[in-house]
Structure formats: C-alpha cells, structure tokens
Design a protein around this ligand. Structure first.
Ligand code: TRP
Length: 390
C-alpha cells in the first residue's frame, strides 16, 4: 500500500476528519524530529479530543461553523521558531466542535481538558477558579473553549486553554477579563493594557511550564506599523519596540510603498499580553499576530513574508517549507490561507520567537485572490484611499 499524498482525497474511501488531520499531524511530527512513537501518541490524543467528530467523513459539512479556522476545520497547526533549534510543533483544537451551541461546547471542552489534566497529572485550579466567568449556564458564542498542545518529545504535551471573554455577553468582555486577571492575582494587569477594539480570547497555561502565563488577547482594527510598535507593555513607560514595528511591516506587507500611514484592517490583527508575576504589574510577554492571509493574493506571497521574517533572525526556513508539504499537496500559489497568521513573541529573559500558523484545509481551500485584498488601506490626513496592490 502506498501512503496517500498529503491533502489527497482521491483514495477509494472518503477520509474522516480524524484520519485526515492525524495524517497531517504525523507528517509534521516527522518534520520537527519527533519520534514515530510520540507522533502515534499525539495522533491518538487528537482523535480522543475531537470525540465523535473524528469519525465524520470529510464529504459531510464540518461538525460546526468553528471559528478556529477559515474553513471551519476544528484543528490548526503551528510552528514556533528560534534560531539554531528545530521548531516546536503545536496543535490548536476545539474539543466541543460537535456540540450544539456554545454552552454544550464549553461543557465538552472542559470535560476533555480535565481528562487530559488527569492523564498527565496537571493541576486545573486556575481554570476551576474561572469557570463561572467563562462557562455561564447559558453561554454566548462565537466559541467556548479551545485547547492548544505543545508537542514535546516524550509524548506528554504542554497544555494551554483559550476561553471566550464574551461568554456572558459581548458587552461584558472587558469586565470578564479584568475579573479573571484579578482572581488570578494580577489586579493591576487590566489597567496596564493598551487600547483595544475587542477582547477576543483569554488564555491560561496549565501544568508543567517554567512560568505559567495568564494571557489577554486584544483586537486592533486599522493598525499602523508605528502603532504596532507601541503596543507592548512589558517595560515601564512603554518604550516603543522597533523590532515589533519592523516585523509588522514585513508580515503585513506594508514595507514597500504605502508609507507611514498604511494600516492593516480586516479586524483580525491581535496582540497578546502574558502575565506571569504580580510584583511589577506589567506583562512579561508580548506577541503580535498578523493575519497574513488577509493581505496577500496567495500563499506564495505569504510564504515569502514568512521567509523574510525568519531569515532576518537567522532561522532556517526549510522546516516551514517541509511543513507546508506535510499538510497539503497543493502549491502555495494555488490558494490563500494555508499560512493563516505570523506572530512574533517577546518574553522577558528569553530570545524572541517567530510563529507560523498553518491551516489544515480539511474542508476547503480559499482560491487565490486576483484583485486587491481587503486588508491594507492607506490613511492620509484627509482621505482614505485604497493602497496599491499587484
Ligand atoms: N481563526 C481564528 C482567527 O483568525 C482563531 C485563530 C486561530 C487565531 N489561530 C490563531 C487567532 C492564531 C490568532 C492567532 O482569529
């Protein structure tokens, strides 16, 4: 029997969601040098976390309209890069993807995370502490719980949980985030955050981390590179971060023409502020997420931006290329969205990391765009006009 090519659905029977995504996962594990035995363990973890949805044939619609990825696949991969190291592979998934609505989805998500915690002997005290805030009796959407696994050698992952600050209503998002931070021992955190257009996620590291983080995600509509550089709040007096500014320019494609006033719109640019200690009242980590797919015509361009960001930091780009080939047999220029986001993380006392988010595309490939994408506009002092593109 010959192994099916990545993304190939031409075999005799329709693949299932679990079969398709675990195939991608096992090939990605090989790219980052994880042992086949570990890959097998992680594939089983993925199947169990997806529950009955894992058995769903791909010719049926996605289990729900999951927000986790553009085509509603409830799974996304990412690679985290440092110079002179093999990248770390991470897996983001929605355990409650088969549920009817956010209340039930949240219950399933909590159950699955608690099962994982039991299995790997991880404490869930901080999550328990926040349960009433993020899992009300009648939860609002658009999601309830996502879980990310950092796949380490040895078959025991590090676990992160993503919660919805709007679970008790969009209008309570800010208050929910503030109260969650207060309960976790960060009473000054909320006031230290920069201005934002929304609070899309709240996240917790569970278990065996050197410094477990509580993370607040902010949404920034119409962000310029200069504004991006001023978002980090990791040092007193918020000195601007030139590296963040330059990263944003490259990843968002603002470098070449449109000038100082160019902004990235589209409503998906986000920052993450990670809190680990309470003494300073400041965040100890900062990540900027650039939805690269919103400002490119196809993934060939997204890949070029990812390569530019990596090469600038002396990171080998070969594993990224091999990872794309591990998830799909399509060519980068034949679609857009395979590389969903690029992000840059600074954490006090650690070297910066570049992260690339890779879509599964289990259900759909977005066709390349031949007109100007919505993402980039140029704002001048008086008028707003479309930026040059292609
Ligand atoms: N797909 C969602 C979004 O675009 C959630 C998401 C998946 C996300 N991966 C991400 C958000 C990485 C930020 C960074 O917002």
């Amino acid at each position: 029997m010959t192994a099916a090519r990545p993304g190939d659905r031409s075999g005799s029977s329709t693949p299932t969601l679990g079969g398709f995504t675990t195939g991608q996962l096992v090939r990605l594990c090989d790219v980052v040098g994880l042992e086949p035995a570990d890959a097998e363990i992680y594939a089983r973890v993925l199947i169990e976390a997806l529950g009955p949805s894992a058995e769903r044939p791909l010719d049926r619609p996605p289990p729900s309209e999951s927000l986790l990825s553009d085509d509603h696949t409830p799974v996304e991969f990412s690679l985290s890069f440092l110079p002179d190291a093999v990248p770390t592979l991470r897996l983001l998934l929605e355990p409650g993807c088969g549920a009817h609505g956010p209340t039930q989805s949240g219950r399933t998500g909590l159950r699955v995370v608690r099962e994982m915690a039991q299995r790997w002997d991880i404490a869930t005290g901080q999550l328990d502490e926040l349960e009433d805030l993020f899992f009300p009796a009648s939860a609002e959407g658009p999601f309830a719980l996502w879980c990310a696994l950092e796949l380490r050698p040895g078959g025991v992952p590090r676990v992160k949980v993503y919660l919805n600050p709007a679970a008790s209503g969009q209008e309570h998002s800010a208050g929910t985030v503030r109260e969650a931070m207060r309960r976790l021992g960060h009473p000054r955190a909320f006031a230290s955050l920069p201005e934002a257009d929304g609070y899309p996620y709240f996240a917790l590291d569970l278990g065996d981390w050197d410094t477990p983080r509580a993370k607040v995600y902010l949404r920034h509509d119409d962000l310029s590179a200069a504004e991006a550089g001023r978002l980090p709040r990791t040092s007193p007096g918020h000195v601007g971060c030139a590296e963040t500014e330059e990263f944003f320019r490259t990843a968002a494609g603002l470098g070449a023409g449109p000038g100082e006033n160019a902004v990235l719109g589209g409503g998906r640019t986000q920052s993450c502020h990670a809190f680990t200690e309470t003494a300073s009242g400041l965040a100890s980590g900062f990540t900027l997420y650039v939805p690269v797919r919103d400002s490119v015509g196809h993934d060939g361009e997204a890949l070029a931006r990812a390569e530019a960001v990596l090469e600038r930091r002396g990171v080998d780009t070969a594993p990224l290329l091999r990872s794309l080939e591990a998830v799909t047999s399509r060519l980068p220029q034949d679609g857009v969205g395979l590389i969903a986001y690029l992000s840059l993380t600074h954490h006090r006392g650690r070297p910066p990391r570049v992260n690339a988010y890779i879509s599964s595309e289990a259900y759909a490939v977005r066709p390349p765009v031949t007109r100007r994408p919505v993402g980039v506009t140029v704002k001048t002092s008086r008028t707003e006009c479309a930026g040059e593109w292609m």
